[in-house]
Design a protein around this ligand. Structure first.
Ligand SMILES: Nc1ncnc2c1ncn2[C@@H]1O[C@H](COP(=O)(O)OP(=O)(O)OP(=O)(O)O)[C@@H](O)[C@H]1O
Ligand SMILES: [Mg+2]
Length: 270
């Protein structure tokens, strides 16, 4: 595998009412091409801040990012804006309500200059089918779709750009559990069939269990643990990670046993 993104010693401070908030504290990790790296952590741990820095929405206070071996500039060129795409938590706020679904997808193709102009109308229908929606949804408005369908459109729009990296910031948190499972399944299928690379951000560890190759755990702006998903779930090293896993709803007997063991160890530590 080759390295797509390197995050090197990135820190970020915000000034809020004369007070400094350390949102990220010297964070370093890599993302390999074709992998899903999950970033998990409680609210306020810095997950969206690192997403915004990867996307170039915020600049880092210190440290740098390398993309395909080249340092990412603070002000991103059109090419980087195409290469790194975002899927947000709330697709209703990311899709223009006055534009039809087809027009939103078409705009992405036009902005990024993808394919021949004469093919783009057809391509919008194909993109919808790739995310499991009928091609004739092109004519519909975002408000006429369910939350899960809208999130599929947001995913299609990211794919329209022929992106190299998709940053997903809580992509399923606004959806109910069954819809969440279907959108996750779609994301996993797309990753497997197309070799997509994801940075998948969530406060919910259970969401990433089946999709993530590796998991990075953030706590108050610091990266406190990074490892293969299986290792994080079966043998978490960090006390904070153990607590996060302890908060995951239990679905199997092995996991119930693990949770009890972790809680026992923790009460032993206290
Ligand atoms: N634009 C901003 N201005 C000031 N402070 C900010 C800004 N963005 C984030 N912060 C602060 O930085 C810290 C990290 O915030 P961030 O949004 O990255 O957390 P998060 O892990 O995404 O949380 P959540 O799970 O609630 O989305 C918080 O203390 C937050 O208040
Ligand atoms: Mg966030």
């Amino acid at each position: 595998m080759s390295r797509l993104l390197c995050v090197n010693n990135v820190s970020k401070q915000f000034e809020v009412n004369g007070r400094t908030v350390q949102a990220l504290d010297s964070v370093s990790f890599d993302v390999e091409k074709g992998e899903c790296l999950a970033i998990v952590g409680e609210s306020g741990s810095g997950k969206s801040t690192i997403a915004n820095i990867i996307l170039g929405i915020y600049g880092a206070s210190s440290g740098n990012l390398m993309f395909n071996g080249t340092e990412l500039p603070a002000k991103r060129s059109k090419e980087y804006r195409r290469a790194i795409q975002l899927v947000q938590q709330n697709p209703l706020s990311s899709l223009n309500p006055r534009r039809s679904i087809g027009a939103s997808l078409r705009l992405a193709l036009d902005v990024h200059g993808i394919g021949a102009k004469s093919d783009r109308a057809k391509r919008t229908g194909e993109l919808l089918e790739e995310v499991g929606l009928p091609a004739d949804y092109r004519t519909r408005s975002p408000s006429s779709l369910s939350g899960g369908q809208r999130q599929r459109v947001a995913i299609a729009r990211a794919l329209a750009a022929r992106q190299e990296l998709v940053v997903l910031d809580e992509p399923t948190s606004a959806l109910d559990v069954l819809v969440q499972a279907r959108v996750l399944k779609l994301l996993k299928e797309l990753k497997d069939s197309r070799g997509l690379t994801y940075v998948f951000i969530t406060h919910d560890l259970s969401v990433v269990r089946n999709i993530a190759d590796r998991v990075a755990v953030f706590e108050r702006g610091k990266l406190v643990e990074l490892g293969q998903t299986n290792a994080i779930f079966t043998n978490p090293q960090n006390l904070y990670t153990r607590r996060l896993i302890g908060a995951v709803p239990v679905v199997s007997r092995e996991e119930a046993a693990l949770r009890d063991r972790l809680m026992e160890q923790e009460s032993g530590n206290a």
